[in-house]
Ligand binder design. Structure first.
Ligand code: SF4
Length: 640
C-alpha cells in the first residue's frame, strides 16, 4: 500500500511513470490536505497557483482512498483530458486500476426515441443537411456502444439536426419510454453509478444537484466525495441553475413536439387545436411586445408593456398543460404536459419576482426572446443541496481568493467557515516575467483610450515578434483595437492577426499555438481557460481592469440589491470580482517553469486609485517596471 510521501517522492511511482515529474513540496501538501478532507468528509476550498499540479494532488488521494468520487470540471475538453489522459496515468502509476466513467450531459447522446420519430416523419430532410450526414448517423447509430454523437465524423453540435436527435430533461420520456432499456443516456448514467471515479462537468453536476433527474438515479446521492475543479466558475453557474430561463424557442419546441406526438398517436392535432393555437398566439403577442435590443435588457424596463402578454402566455401554457394531461397517460403526451406546466411556472415566477430577490432580464433577437431570472443570493439553497448529500466537497482553482481572503467565493455558495488552503505557484515570477504599467495613458473613460492603449501595445508586440494576447473588456474596444492593428500593419501583416469572432475560439487558439508568432485579440472568453505553454505566448496586454459593466442589467440589479441591504457593492462585489478576473487574465502568461514574458497593464487606475494596490497585490509576484526600454530588452532576449 502506497502512502502519499512515497507516491510524490523522487524515485516514487509518479516519478517512474511520468517523464519530467519533479517532487514538489506544495503538491504533496495539497494532496495530504485533500486526503484529510476525504477521510473526514469535510468541505475544503483550495486555491492552487498555476503549476502546483493540482490535478494529481486530488487524483492521487482520491484513488488511494478507495472512495466513490465525482470529479467535476469546467468544460468538456477538460473532462476528456481527465478521463483520457490524467486518470489512466495516475491509476497506472500507483497501481490502482479504478473503474472510471465519463459522463456528459444528455445533449451529447443520441436519443433513440427522438431519432426514430424524426426519421419516421422525415423531418430531417427539412434541415438542408446532406443526405450523407444523415446516412452516417444512421450507420453509426446501429453500431455505437456509447451513443456519444461526438463520434459521428463531421457532425457539429451547432447543426439543427443535433437537437432533433438528442433529448432534453423536459422532452425525455424517462422510464415510460419504449427505448428505455436500450437508451444511451440511461446506459451512460448506469455506468457512472457503478464506477469508482466519475468525471462530469459543472453543467451536468448542477443539473443533477438542482433538478434531480427523473428515473436516472441520483448520481450525487451515492458519492463519498465531490471534487470541483475550475471552481471559480461555480457561483455564476449555480445562479443560472437555481434561477429560471424561458425562451421562445423552448415554447416553439414544445408546440412542435406536442403536434408531432398527437399526430403519431393517431389523434391528429384537431382535438387540442384551440389550446395549441392559444399558446402560439400568446407567444406571438409577447414577442411583438418586446422591442428588439442589442444585448441583455432589464425586464422591469419592459414590464409595462410585456407583463400582461407574459401572464397571458403563462395562462395559455397552463391550459395546454391541462388539455394534454386530460388526453390520458400516454408517456409522450404526459411529458409534453409536464413541459407546458414547467414553462408556465417559469414565466409566472419571472413576472411575479420582486427586485429584492432576483435580477430579471430579457434578450431579444430576430427570431425570438429569452427571459431570465437570476437570484441574487443562492448561498442558502446551494448549502442546503450540499448538506442533503453528506460527502466531502472539495473546491479548487487557481483563482478563488483575493489576497488571503476567500470570503467573496465562499459567501456566494454558502461555504463561509469551511476549511481553506492557499498554495502559491512554484514559478519564479520575478525571474520569468515583468509586469509593465505604462505611464501617461488617459483615463479609461476617455474617447481616445483604446487608441492610446494600441499605440503603447503594438510597438511592444513588434518587439516581441508576435506571440501576444491583447485582452479587451468590451466588443466595441476589441473591434476598434483590431481596426487600429490592421491600420498600422497594412495589408501585409507582419504576424497572423487572430480576432475573436472571425473564427471559432478553438480554431483561433489552435492557429495561435501552431504559428508561434501570432497576435490574438479577444474579450472575456480568452481571459480564462486558455493554456498556451512555451514561447508561443510571451506578451499579454490587458487593456482595462475587468470591472463588470454597470450597463449590464444583471450587474446593475446586483449593485442595487447590495446597496438596499446597506452593503458596499464596490467593496463586496465589484472589486473582488474584478480582482479574480484580472488574476485569471494575467494567469495566461506563465504556464510552466520554462515560460518567460511580459504583462502590460494599461489601465492607469491601478496606480491612481486606492484599490489599485489591492488588485496588484492579488497578482503573482512579477518583477514590476515602468520602463518601456526594459520591457523591449526583456522581450528581445526572450523573443523566439
Ligand atoms: S429514455 Fe429519454 S433519452 Fe432515452 S431514448 Fe427515451 S426519450 Fe430518449
Amino acid at each position: 500500500m502506497f502512502d502519499l510521501d512515497h507516491v510524490f517522492a523522487a524515485g516514487g511511482p509518479l516519478a517512474r511513470s511520468l517523464p519530467g515529474f519533479r517532487p514538489r513540496r506544495d503538491q504533496r501538501r495539497m494532496a495530504a490536505r485533500v486526503a484529510e478532507s476525504l477521510e473526514a468528509r469535510e468541505t475544503l476550498i483550495v486555491e492552487a497557483g498555476t503549476g502546483t499540479g493540482k490535478t494529481f494532488a486530488y487524483l492521487v488521494p482520491s484513488l488511494l482512498s478507495g472512495l466513490r468520487v465525482i470529479v467535476s470540471t469546467g468544460t468538456r475538453t477538460l473532462q476528456d483530458q481527465l478521463f483520457g489522459r490524467d486518470l489512466p496515468l495516475v491509476a497506472g502509476a500507483i497501481g490502482r486500476p479504478a473503474k472510471v466513467a465519463l459522463l456528459k450531459g444528455r445533449g451529447n447522446y443520441l436519443c433513440r426515441y427522438r431519432f426514430a420519430r424524426a426519421v419516421a416523419q422525415r423531418t430531417l430532410d427539412g434541415f438542408g443537411e446532406s443526405r450523407g450526414t444523415l446516412a452516417r448517423i444512421e450507420r453509426w447509430a446501429r453500431v455505437t456502444r456509447t451513443g456519444d454523437l461526438a463520434e459521428v465524423p463531421g457532425l457539429s453540435d451547432r447543426s439543427a439536426m443535433w437537437s432533433e436527435v438528442t433529448s432534453t430533461r423536459e422532452n425525455c420520456l424517462g422510464q415510460r419510454c419504449s427505448e428505455f432499456s436500450r437508451c444511451h443516456v440511461v446506459a451512460a448514467r448506469r455506468a457512472a453509478n457503478e464506477a469508482d471515479v466519475v468525471v462530469v462537468n459543472h453543467h451536468l453536476l448542477l443539473a443533477d444537484l438542482a433538478l434531480k433527474e427523473d428515473g436516472f438515479g441520483d448520481l450525487l446521492g451515492t458519492a463519498d466525495a465531490v471534487i470541483l475543479d475550475e471552481a471559480h466558475q461555480l457561483p455564476d453557474l449555480a445562479t443560472q441553475f437555481l434561477g429560471a430561463q424561458v425562451s421562445s424557442r423552448q415554447v416553439e419546441g414544445l408546440l412542435g413536439d406536442a403536434r408531432a406526438e398527437l399526430t403519431a398517436s393517431g389523434r391528429g392535432c384537431t382535438t387540442l387545436a384551440a389550446s395549441l393555437t392559444a399558446v402560439e398566439d400568446a407567444l406571438r403577442r409577447l414577442r411583438e411586445a418586446l422591442p428588439p435590443r442589442a444585448g441583455r435588457a432589464d425586464w422591469s424596463q419592459e414590464a409595462d408593456v410585456a407583463a400582461a402578454p407574459a401572464e397571458a402566455l403563462a395562462d395559455a401554457l397552463e391550459r395546454l398543460h391541462a388539455a394534454l394531461a386530460a388526453e390520458g397517460a400516454e408517456p409522450a403526451l404526459a411529458a409534453c404536459a409536464a413541459r407546458a406546466a414547467q414553462l408556465a411556472a417559469g414565466v409566472s415566477r419571472l413576472v411575479a419576482a420582486t427586485t429584492e430577490e432576483a435580477a430579471r432580464t430579457v434578450e431579444t433577437n430576430a427570431r425570438g426572446f429569452t427571459l431570465g431570472l437570476l437570484p441574487f443570493d443562492v448561498s442558502t439553497r446551494f448549502r442546503a443541496l450540499m448538506e442533503a448529500r453528506p460527502s466531502a466537497w472539495i473546491f479548487t482553482s487557481a483563482t478563488l481568493s483575493v489576497g488571503d481572503d476567500f470570503s467573496h467565493f465562499a459567501n456566494r455558495l454558502g461555504l463561509a467557515g469551511s476549511a481553506t488552503l492557499r498554495i502559491e505557484s512554484p514559478f519564479d515570477y520575478e525571474r520569468q516575467a515583468l509586469l509593465y504599467v505604462p505611464r501617461g495613458l488617459p483615463d479609461p473613460a476617455s474617447a481616445d483610450f483604446t487608441a492610446a492603449v494600441m499605440a503603447e501595445a503594438l510597438p511592444l508586440v513588434e518587439a516581441a515578434r508576435g506571440g501576444a494576447f491583447v485582452l479587451f473588456t468590451s466588443h466595441r474596444a476589441l473591434a476598434r483595437g483590431a481596426a487600429l492593428a490592421r491600420e498600422r500593419w497594412g495589408a501585409t501583416l507582419p504576424f497572423p492577426l487572430l480576432v475573436q469572432g472571425e473564427a471559432p475560439r478553438e480554431r483561433l487558439l489552435a492557429a495561435f499555438r501552431e504559428h508561434g508568432h501570432a497576435v490574438l485579440l479577444g474579450t472575456a472568453s480568452f481571459w480564462e481557460g486558455v493554456d498556451v505553454k512555451g514561447d508561443a505566448l510571451r506578451l499579454v496586454v490587458i487593456e482595462k481592469l475587468p470591472f463588470a459593466s454597470p450597463d449590464d442589467p444583471l450587474v446593475r440589479a446586483r449593485i442595487a440589491f447590495i446597496e438596499r441591504q446597506e452593503g458596499n457593492a464596490f467593496r463586496d462585489y465589484q472589486l473582488p470580482a474584478a480582482a479574480l478576473a484580472l488574476k485569471q487574465g494575467v494567469g495566461r502568461l506563465i504556464r510552466s517553469e520554462e515560460d518567460h514574458g511580459v504583462v502590460v497593464l494599461c489601465d492607469p487606475r491601478v496606480r491612481s486609485r486606492s484599490y489599485g494596490r489591492l488588485l496588484l497585490a492579488s497578482l503573482p509576484p512579477f518583477a514590476p517596471t515602468e520602463d518601456a526600454d526594459e520591457v523591449r530588452r526583456f522581450l528581445a532576449r526572450h523573443a523566439a
